[in-house]
Write a protein of this length. Structure first.
Length: 284
């Protein structure tokens, strides 16, 4: 059960994507309660009518102590969804023994494609965040999952003054077999971080998971490496994922706009190597 301000609730957003007789993906079922709202299904690319585009809208001020925001998304076989939100998720100041939690449960059916590209997580001074992403992925399903972390209100000189940020990811098959797992823990309140020769000039962090069954990923890696060389103050690397045909991409940059360009390049490159239409303009 999700919890907001200490009160038990159902998951605040529960989304089920189906496929109609014309082959178009549509919202088969949705449940949304405070603080989430969901946009209507959009067709942003007239050349790609099988894919639906959805925005999540969050009317809360952000994550406070003891809040839990839970999102569940299920894609039926052969469906396609691009999911994003409209603004950064703010994780506010909280007592040392309290934490805010984000939980994502994603289920991707056979031949389905999920592109989940949320706006950044913004960690205020003394914030504690724990994020859990659980993915059930059919062996023929495709996944693009992005994450951007901003370690403070940088314009105010607030950099790595949060307490801790823990992000866990687990990807399994429908029969429960583990495909891979990833965990990242960041600690703030450390002068060693703010003066570190790597973290100090490149404080914005991004992670991208790409899974593309049956596709040669070397051209995608080459594209990302070439892109990184053209962008000042961007560090990017990719590595192969175990037990599937996928990549883990990590990036560090001076500002949010630069790291968003890297995520955009990764998604467009994924579409290109899998013979999908390029990403259309995503109005925000």
């Amino acid at each position: 059960m999700a919890v907001l301000n200490g009160t038990a609730q159902q998951p605040q957003l529960d989304l089920h994507i189906g496929r109609d007789r014309a082959g178009q993906s549509f919202v088969r079922r949705q449940y949304a309660t405070y603080p989430f709202r969901l946009s209507r299904a959009l067709r942003l690319d007239p050349m790609d009518t099988s894919r639906t585009y959805l925005y999540m809208m969050n009317s809360s001020p952000g994550l406070l102590a003891d809040d839990v925001l839970e999102l569940r998304v299920r894609l039926d076989d052969q469906t396609s969804l691009y999911l994003t939100d409209q603004s950064a998720t703010k994780v506010h100041t909280m007592p040392a023994d309290r934490v805010g939690r984000l939980s994502y449960n994603l289920h991707i059916g056979a031949g389905a494609t999920l592109e989940f590209v949320p706006e950044p997580l913004l960690l205020y001074r003394d914030a504690n965040l724990e994020q859990t992403v659980t993915v059930t992925l059919d062996p023929t399903g495709r996944l693009f999952l992005g994450e951007i972390i901003v370690p403070g209100r940088l314009a105010r000189g607030e950099c790595y003054q949060f307490r801790h940020c823990l992000s866990r990811l687990q990807v399994s098959t429908p029969d429960g077999s583990l495909v891979f797992a990833d965990a990242m823990q960041l600690s703030g309140h450390g002068d060693r971080v703010t003066v570190h020769p790597l973290f100090a000039p490149l404080p914005i962090l991004a992670s991208v998971i790409i899974v593309l069954p049956g596709i040669d990923l070397q051209p995608l890696q080459q594209t990302l490496a070439a892109f990184a060389k053209t962008i000042p103050k961007l560090m990017l690397a990719s590595s192969r994922l175990p037990n599937c045909n996928g990549l883990l991409v990590r990036a560090m940059a001076e500002n949010v706009s630069t790291v968003k360009l890297a995520v955009h390049c990764a998604l467009n490159s994924m579409r290109r190597v899998s013979d999908q239409p390029p990403l259309p303009e995503i109005p925000k």
